[in-house]
Ligand binder design. Structure first.
Ligand SMILES: N[C@@H](CCC[C@H](N)C(=O)O)C(=O)O
Length: 360
């Protein structure tokens, strides 16, 4: 490893392997992965990663733009972002409404041991119906959800970078959940108009009965012989929110065995399209704490649509005000469910992790 001015070079090598080269600026990661044209290497990681050369440099706008502009057939250039640890591989798909990665490839790319590692792959696509862009996403299991809250904040930062835009920027984005409008604020956080929650059982969808004003509020859901009180909300994608069960009226979310119970909610027969599940602890009338088991991705560090859905659920259950801080394992989000127009707003960060290239 050597340092020269603002540049750090790190070389790791093995005598047996061809070197790979990476450059980061400073959390910018580009790799020259040479000639392989398939993803087959993902099942043989050691042959690709046992040897590489890496250089770290101070940020320079020109280098960043030239990386983002790169297009070569057989190579996927991507940027990995995270929103509170909910991480995504962002792909420039502005030339087509067909994703450049298949669901099967997305599974491999998201693999944390044999791939890049992420909770999903997000495609920045041309706008339709008069919108600036369209967003599609594959979960890490290859399924396609309608929307992703943390992902849309990353998407906004990504397209601002792609288009070299600075200052306060707002975009209209077509998603499977309809029109979503993120705005990048002066402080770099992204405030998103997440649209209106859907509360009717058939549209969420859930087979649970509507219990209060056409909504599924504190319905009984039996999971493994235990009766949970759940409220169901769709933010374009389905969410099942619980504050407790027959054994504990108020949850201590740190004590939950999430990996054990999460899949049982996700695949419960009451949720024909599976579900995301949020387990929630009330700290105060404006402060909630949650852990999430995501449909198609498992336990994640944050879920933006989930945070929105649980504030809606908390208000419907009379537990909180309409503006709340939601603590997720990866950090806090600010959520507001407005009374006058029924719109939900989410505010939180989105950060670059690294830039990279991979044969595909
Ligand atoms: N993490 C996301 C939600 C991603 C989609 C979800 N797994 C689903 O299948 O609905 C968010 O931040 O909203």
């Amino acid at each position: 490893m050597s340092m020269a001015g603002s540049s750090i070079s790190i070389a790791l090598s093995s005598p047996h392997r061809r070197p790979l080269s990476f450059s980061l600026s400073p959390l910018r990661f580009s790799s020259d992965l040479h000639s392989s044209r398939s993803l087959r290497f993902l099942s043989k990681p050691s042959s690709r990663f046992s040897s590489f050369r890496m250089s770290v440099e101070a940020p320079e706008k020109s280098r960043q733009s030239s990386f983002l502009d790169r297009k070569e057939s057989g190579v996927l250039h991507f940027v990995k972002y995270h929103g509170l640890g909910n991480d995504f591989i962002l792909v420039d798909n502005r030339n087509s409404l067909e994703p450049s990665v298949t669901p099967e490839q997305a599974v491999k790319l998201c693999d944390r041991n044999f791939g890049i590692g992420a909770d999903g792959v997000i495609f920045a696509m041309p706008g339709i119906n008069g919108t600036d862009y369209s967003m599609r996403i594959f979960n890490s299991d290859g399924s396609e959800p309608e929307m992703c809250g943390n992902g849309v904040r990353c998407f906004a930062r990504y397209v601002a970078d792609l288009e070299n835009l600075s200052g306060t920027r707002s975009f209209t984005i077509h998603t499977g959940a309809g029109l979503i409008v993120p705005e990048i604020q002066e402080d770099g956080k992204v405030k998103v108009n997440m649209g209106r929650p859907v509360l009717t059982a058939a549209d969420i969808p859930t087979k649970l009965p509507e219990t209060k004003n056409g909504a599924v509020v504190q319905a009984n859901l039996v999971v493994d012989g235990i009766s949970w009180k759940v409220t169901c909300v769709s933010m374009g994608n389905p969410h099942c929110i619980t504050f407790g069960n027959e054994h504990s009226e108020g949850l201590q979310v740190d004590d939950l065995k999430l990996a054990e119970i999460g899949p049982k909610f996700e695949h419960h027969e009451m949720f024909p399209s599976r579900t995301n599940t949020e387990f929630v602890e009330v700290i105060s009338r404006t402060h909630l704490k949650m852990r999430v088991w995501e449909r198609g991705a498992g336990a994640t560090l944050a879920c933006g649509t989930g945070a929105c859905a649980l504030v809606v659920a908390a208000v419907l259950e009379g537990r909180t005000e309409r503006s709340c801080t939601v603590d997720l394992p990866g950090g806090p989000l600010e959520i507001e469910w407005r009374e006058d127009d029924n719109l939900v707003y989410m505010t939180g960060p989105a950060e670059v992790v690294f830039y990279g290239s991979i044969p595909i």
